[in-house]
Write a protein that binds this ligand. Sequence first.
Ligand SMILES: Cc1ncc(COP(=O)(O)O)c(C=O)c1O
Length: 411
Amino acid sequence: MRNESEIPLADNPFSIPVADRLKRLPPYLFGKINKLKYQQRVAGVDVIDLGMGNPTDAPDQQITDKMQEALLDPKNHRYSVANGIASLRREVAKRYDRKYGVKLNGDDEVIACLGSKEAFSHMCLALMGPGDTAIVPAPTFPIHAYSVMLASGNVIALDVRDPSEFLKNIAYTCEHLYPKPKLVVANFPHNPSGTCIEQSFFDELVVLAKKYKFLVISDFAYADVCYDGYQAPSFLASPGAIDVGVEMTTMSKGFSMAGWRIGFCSGNREMVRALATIKGYYDYGIFQAIQIAAIIAMRNCEPAVDAIAKEYQIRRDALVDGLTRIGWEVEKPKAGMFVWAKIPEPWAQMGSIDFSMKLLKEGGVAVSPGRGFGEEGEGYLRLAIVENSQRLRQAVRQIQACLKTEAAPAA
Ligand SMILES: Cc1ncc(COP(=O)(O)O)c(C=O)c1O
């Protein structure tokens, strides 16, 4: 299975003359771990896989029932409307109003996409080109940087873990860089660090966007997965946001529909139109039966979304409390599907890739090394809470055993 961080192998030489843009991609960092994970599985090891934020739970039955019904209707097997059927786009607008008080016109301020990753990468292709610069959060969800690079743009990665510093650094970069950045990527709740913000962050970001004339893409993939009463704010709920940016949402996480490939880009109508133009050349839209089932999901299944978030909260507690009990202090995220864990002493000196290899080889637990999210991720691991609580408690026991079996590495 491909990790979301997987990219074409830049360190794997092609014997064909590939385009220069492929050569701009950095070396592939997850290869060693994925290979070992595969070997362990072939050898019969029951690997507890916390590597990828790939939901394991089934969507609500109303969604799958509707899908089955729609599947049997011959007219749903034709090419669908490229931007998504009108009733689906209106349903997205209604959900924005219900959840965030944001008024959107489904006709030209919402477009349906093959997941939010597709929406994000094609939006970068629509906006960025040689000489253009984008500010992305660091540590970096790889797609945020590589989509810009594949579009021939430049990337400036700014540490996002202190959101007010992030804002200050955006302003500083805009003051000192020429030409000024064209795009700022926001991603809260943040993957991988779990950093969360309040609405005031986006209010200030809009003010900066207007002052320095940059566009904003808010990647809101974890909008529906919030804990302890926290509600992640929508960028579009900030005054004037629609003048400067769009927001990507997805049915992958909150609705457990990751494999269905359905997400949305909503907001500024010029940006939505730019994305629609690019997509018009790349795809023919989403299978219509999926779009119809997605309407039912948004209309009827909010209780299931809440139940999924509660289940992740239980898992988060099982993992964080378990790690704390074995002496590994980690922060409880307020949202998202990941625990971002600082590698404890004396293991930190091993580096996140080798430490992840150790946990997999000796503990049978697969995690993502922080280094896979750029230099700022070094010294950390990202653990996805995609296995059930019992398996997560088992993972903690296996990690504990693995850290006990060997003497700490020499300094
Ligand atoms: C921050 C972030 N954005 C986007 C995505 C992709 O979501 P989708 O399934 O909608 O393409 C992910 C998936 O892991 C993610 O973590």
